[in-house]
Design a protein around this ligand. Structure first.
Ligand code: C2E
Ligand code: CA
Ligand code: CA
Ligand code: CA
Length: 279
């Protein structure tokens, strides 16, 4: 038993060592990736629940690693957050989304607003407002086209500071969404005071609709809250007609998910914009 215990121990340390090495190499690659612009944005439509019309989109970051291929944001965003690289990366995302929308506008496409994800680090960064103002100014993009998604935990940590920052973002003319809503601990009185436009229902609540009773109750509660506060709602991760019908019948305004479209490269998304309506 002792022998076996020792082997098990060695096995674990080896695995841990491998993970540390892997992690370090990912970190080094990430520094290079920022310098060598190996990132691209994919765009996922957000559609009007009643008509299927594309009314906005979410920009999702993709890393095209020269050797690893596509690396998921689930893998590299946490590393970027721990190393502080997320701040320049987030600023790149804002700039790239603005640049792309300005190009589409110049081409005469029926452009819709695009939401970018900003991490708590970006939200608290000194350069947040100047970098966004600079992206809008240098691309000439009207600010109403830029939406910002912030997670519930990012804005609820220091509500007073958050309130000031959200107010400043609003005065730039941006739309603001609270992402992954329902997964954090929002104080309702704080939420009511925040100058936000939309709540995004986290995919974990949408996934088991309509059969899962607790998921259904949570979604209904979020919708009631949003309606009471006069906020729009986006349901994320809508994959089935049954989920769509449930959400529609409860007056969820906007849908996003594989049922309509996966996140697409810019050129494919431009084609969807030309069509305008998804199912
Ligand atoms: P998120 O902001 O909650 O984004 C939604 C995620 O759900 C995306 O995963 C999207 O591709 C996926 N998704 C959309 N519809 C469906 C569906 O119907 N079914 C399923 N199974 N998934 C769906 P993705 O692109 O892998 O991004 C994962 C997370 O990484 C994002 O979650 C966000 O937290 C983060 N992320 C992505 N891009 C950025 C970025 O530019 N900046 C920051 N800070 N975080 C980002
Ligand atoms: Ca998001
Ligand atoms: Ca989300
Ligand atoms: Ca989510």
């Amino acid at each position: 038993a002792k022998q076996r215990g020792r082997n098990t121990y060695e096995f674990f340390t080896e695995t841990m060592q491998l993970q540390a090495v892997e992690r370090l190499s990912l970190e080094q690659d990430l520094v290079r990736a920022v310098e060598q612009s190996q990132f691209v944005l994919h765009y996922q439509p957000q559609v009007d629940a009643a008509t299927g019309r594309i009314v906005s989109a979410e920009a999702l970051l993709r890393w095209e690693h020269p050797l690893r291929g596509m690396v998921s944001p689930v893998q590299f965003i946490p590393v970027a957050e721990e190393t502080g690289l997320i701040v320049p990366l987030g600023e790149w995302v804002v700039m790239e989304a603005c640049r792309q929308m300005a190009v589409w506008l110049a081409e005469g496409l029926p452009v819709v607003p695009v939401a970018v994800n900003l991490s708590a680090h970006n939200f608290r960064s000194d350069s947040l407002l100047t970098s966004i103002a600079y992206a809008l100014e240098s691309t000439g993009l009207p600010s109403r086209y830029l939406h910002v998604e912030l997670t519930e935990s990012a804005v609820m940590q220091e509500p007073e500071q958050a309130m000031a920052t959200l107010g400043a973002l609003k005065s730039l003319g941006l739309m603001l969404s609270i992402d992954d809503f329902g997964t954090g601990y929002s104080s309702l009185s704080t939420l009511k005071q925040f100058p936000i436009d939309l709540l995004k229902i986290d995919r974990s609540f949408v996934r088991d609709l309509p059969d899962d009773a607790s998921g259904a109750s949570i979604v209904e509660a979020i919708l009631a809250l949003a309606h009471a506060l006069g906020l729009g709602v986006v349901a994320e991760g809508v994959e089935t007609l049954a989920q769509r019908d449930f959400l529609r019948s409860r007056r969820c305004g906007l849908m996003q998910g594989y049922l309509y479209s996966r996140p697409q490269p810019a050129d494919v998304f431009a084609g969807l914009l030309r069509e305008g309506v998804l199912r």
